[in-house]
Design a protein. Structure first.
Length: 239
């Protein structure tokens, strides 16, 4: 079985599909968690506290990190294999896409942008929250404010009060959108669903999922930028 997953092209694509499905589900969960910020900063902070340095959150973080690493490594391996097999031509799918051909031909580039955005996200949020708790501290200084490890609402307001952070994250979200418009339907194609009947449905599903994720994350960043004030941030820190 291990040889099939590591040596076979189909096996490698299967690993990509499984890890991709797992990551999409996590992104949807993360997006839903962030949307709580729009309705109740206190509720968002409660979620952050629940997902702090608890054993189950740490275990989930390790699994997530492993999923990201495996997905990216296999993507790189498949890209190298495709170049070796076809020269400059990329992997040709059985059903030709019409709307996201650029994304299908640049999945590795988009993946690199996604990884870089993930690194930025880890610096801005994870290192100020879960990592702070892991290190045995309770707060860190961000933008001149002392922010508690579970005060996610204030941290989000401070981070997205800077226009350049909003721009960087919008670019990241856009890369995720392009990546998912191809990746979601490709995941089903690997499972054998991408025929003439199912292709339009899967393509529509991929666009819906990608767009919901893009809008879900982007609206929170823009909302924080438009509403963030020193008075609001201080009130969130006090609460």
């Amino acid at each position: 079985m291990s040889c099939f997953l590591t040596n076979s092209s189909v096996g490698k694509k299967l690993v990509m599909s499984i890890t991709g499905c797992f990551l999409v589900l996590f992104i949807l969960f993360h997006m839903s968690m962030n949307l709580a910020m729009l309705f109740s900063p206190a509720a968002y902070d409660a979620i952050c506290e629940f997902l702090g340095a608890n054993w189950y959150a740490l275990a989930a973080t390790v699994v997530l990190a492993a999923g990201v690493a495996v997905h990216f490594i296999y993507a790189f391996i498949l890209t190298v294999d495709n170049y070796r097999a076809r020269g400059k031509q990329r992997y040709q799918v059985t059903v030709q896409e019409k709307g996201v051909s650029w994304a299908s031909k640049n999945m590795l580039v988009l993946g690199v942008i996604v990884i870089l955005g993930l690194g930025l996200h880890l610096i801005h949020f994870w290192s100020k929250m879960q990592l702070v708790e892991i290190m045995g501290h309770h707060a860190s200084v961000v933008g001149g404010y002392e922010v508690g490890a579970t005060q996610g609402a204030a941290l989000m307001m401070i981070t997205f009060s800077k226009w350049y952070n909003v721009v960087l994250y919008i670019v990241w979200f856009a890369a995720i959108w392009f990546h998912l418009t191809h990746g979601v339907w490709s995941m089903f194609q690997t499972a054998g669903f991408a025929n003439d009947t199912w292709y339009p449905r899967l393509k529509c599903l991929a666009n819906i999922v990608a767009t919901l994720i893009f809008l879900g994350f982007a609206v929170v960043a823009v909302y924080c930028f438009l509403t963030s004030t020193p008075q609001l941030i201080e009130s969130l820190l006090i609460a």
